[in-house]
Structure formats: C-alpha cells, structure tokens
Ligand binder design. Structure first.
Ligand code: PMP
Length: 374
C-alpha cells in the first residue's frame, strides 16, 4: 500500500495515507546533535560490540528501571537493527524446524514470516473480539501442542490498540510457564499508551518473565526515529547469549551513529515523549468522533498505538474481501488503508491517526463517500 501511495502521489494524485505507520513528531534536535558528535568520534568509525554499544545497553537498563521499575542486567540486552531484527532473531533462537509459535491475532504481519523463516509454523489464535482474559487463555489452550515453543503478541497491539493489563499479562505468563514456552511481548508502542492509569506495565514486570520473557522495544515509535534502525531485545541471559551469536554472524553491530543518537534519546527523560503522546491521543479522539458518523463501521477505542482497527459491516455485499475494498477506496476515493487480511482479520481496515488533523477530516470524509456508496 505504501508503494502504491508513493506512485500515485508522484503522478500528482491527492491521497490521504491512513495506511501510514510512522509517528508525526520531528526528531528532537538533541538527538540529531548527538548523531553529529558521534560522526566525529574515531571509535564510532570502527566495529563495536555486536550486542550494542555498552553505553546504550546501560541506558536501556536504566530505561527499564525508569519506565517499568524493573532491574535487569546488561547481559540481557541485545541492540538490533530496529525491533524487526530483534523479533526475527528471538524467533530464530527459540523456534526450530517443525516447531510451532502461537501468534495472537490481530498480529503484526512480520511475526508470521519470522516463524516461517525459522522453519516453524505459526498457529494463529484469534482474539480480535475476545475481551476477557479467561477466553484469551482458552484460545491459547486450543492452540497449544507439544511442538509449541513461543507465544507472540504486541502490547499495545498493532493494529487493534488493545493494551493487556499487568494482570492479563501475568495470566499469559503463568500459562506459558505451565506449558514450558517462551513469551515474546513486542512493546514498540510502549509510550503510545492512553490508558488513564499511566504507562504500560511491561512484560518485564511479570514474575514469569525472568525465565520465559522476551521483551522487544526500540526508538522507532517513541522518538519518531523509524529510519535510524535501533531496537533491542531483553531476554534471560542464556537466550541473550544465543541471540548475540546469531547477531555476530548476521549483521555485527548496528550503525554506531544511530546507537549513539538512540542513547541520547533514552537518557533525555520523557518530556517530548509525553507531548507526542498527548498530541496522538487528541488525534485518536478526533478520528473516532469523525468515524462515528459513518454507517456500518465499528471499532473498539484503541487504548494504545496509533491506529483504529475498524470493522466494516456488509462490505461483502460489494467486495470479496477487505483487500478489494481497500483497493477500491484507494482507486476511487484517494484514501489508503491497510486491509485486515494483513493482520489475520478479514473484514477490518486499519486506519492510522498519526496524520495532520486536516488529513484526518478529509480522509474520513473520503471514507464515508467510499463506504456509504460502495
Ligand atoms: N513491531 C511492531 C508491532 C511494529 O508496528 C513495528 C513497525 N511498524 C515494528 C515492530 C518494527 O519496528 P522497527 O522499525 O524498530 O523495526
């Protein structure tokens, strides 16, 4: 969809990109300043520790204490080329050929491909309309087998914006311990969390995580640094050693300049992060208010992330799939969305609210014409 939007815009077409997956805020200047300092540091021009710059790994340790109240050891941290690499490596390190990983749906699509690349099978546990945790655990019970090695989800969830509470994660954690499987909690949207009680309780806070937890995070969403490619995993030390050996063969260290800049982001406090979150929350509120004027569209208000995952009623009267519906909306109405099929949930469209307000107004108006006529 991103490629199609680019192509159409280059032809001069006006497209509202509700498919976008990037935060809007500018990268703060203290981060770009840190990068230019790093460019002039001799040691930044050389190979460094494949697990990450020690200074950044220490900042990640401090960040965990600051944001989650949890003391981790630096040996648990592996810095990666974005959260995506951290996810892929964690899956490679835990899932072998013929093994299974349970992926909660709606899911971020790369989870499925990472499991396939590891030679495993992704078993999808559908929880899109399943709100109480007992039913989520039942879905896990239905999906588990003696080949299961891993359970994967994002929290807050991309695309649904659902945020598991600490109690809910503790239930998943103890279920995983009982079944002897790993839990991968992708927390890249950690700070895009609109739950009134404050910031997300990371899976790191769950007692079982000391033995079975893989926590993924990075600077892409919280600091608007998608292109800088810095993410990390936090795992029990033995798994961290396995990931480090994979890393040293796959890619060696992440670009030192980006790592140095990421360290300045993490150590600067959360003021800018909170401002960006407040702005996004306002856009979320605007988006859901405007969407409520469209017939046949429903959603659960996202507690986190930057998307509304909208269920489209009766789309089947005119289209075979929400893929076809999304193509029609782009072709005829100039509004780009991501169809639910990408996340394991046909019948839904993912709509980003990380857009300027006037685009949200215009995009929802275009959606209304497309859906009410379509
Ligand atoms: N996890 C989720 C849930 C995401 O939405 C994304 C990016 N869209 C990533 C991971 C990848 O993050 P990064 O850019 O740091 O690789």
């Amino acid at each position: 969809m991103a490629a199609m939007v680019k192509q159409r815009r280059s032809r001069g077409e006006s497209i509202i990109a509700f498919n976008s997956g990037e935060p809007l805020a500018d990268v703060p200047s203290y981060i770009t300043d840190a990068a230019s300092i790093a460019c002039r540091m001799e040691e930044m021009h050389r190979y460094t520790d494949a697990r990450g710059l020690p200074s950044l790994r220490k900042d990640i340790v401090s960040k965990c204490l600051r944001d989650s109240g949890v003391e981790i050891d630096i040996e648990q941290v592996n810095v990666s080329n974005g959260a995506k690499q951290a996810i892929y490596e964690a899956v490679l390190a835990t899932v072998g050929v013929g093994d299974e990983a349970i992926v909660l749906a709606p899911y971020w699509p790369s989870y499925i491909d990472a499991v396939a690349l590891a030679g495993g099978t992704a078993v999808v546990a559908q929880i899109v309309d399943v709100y109480d945790i007992d039913s989520v655990i039942e879905k896990l019970d239905e999906s588990v087998s003696d080949r299961t090695r891993l359970v994967v989800f994002s929290n807050p969830c991309n695309p649904s914006g659902r945020v598991f509470t600490a109690d809910e994660m503790a239930r998943i954690g103890s279920w995983a311990t009982r079944h002897g499987v790993w839990v991968l909690s992708d927390e890249i949207y950690e700070h895009m969390n609109y739950v009134p009680s404050g910031s997300l309780t990371s899976y790191l806070c769950i007692a079982d995580s000391a033995a079975n937890g893989i926590v993924i995070n990075g600077v892409a969403k919280s600091y608007s640094m998608t292109g800088w490619r810095v993410g990390w995993s936090i795992t029990p030390p033995a798994l961290a050693r396995g990931i480090a050996s994979l890393r040293s063969q796959i890619s060696s260290n992440v670009c030192n300049i980006s790592q140095f800049a990421a360290a300045s982001a993490l150590s600067a406090g959360l003021r800018e992060v909170a401002l960006a979150r407040d702005e996004l929350r306002q856009r979320r509120d605007l988006m859901v208010e405007l969407l409520s004027g469209i017939d046949g569209v429903s959603w659960t208000i996202p507690d986190g992330g930057m998307y509304v995952f909208a269920r489209i009623r009766d789309y089947g009267d005119h289209f075979d799939s929400t893929v076809k519906l999304a193509e029609y909306l782009l072709d005829r109405h100039g509004v780009a969305t991501v169809p639910g099929e990408a996340f394991g949930c046909p019948g839904y469209l993912r709509l980003s609210f990380s857009l300027p307000e006037r685009d949200i107004h215009e995009g929802v108006a275009r959606l209304r014409s497309g859906l009410e006529v379509g």
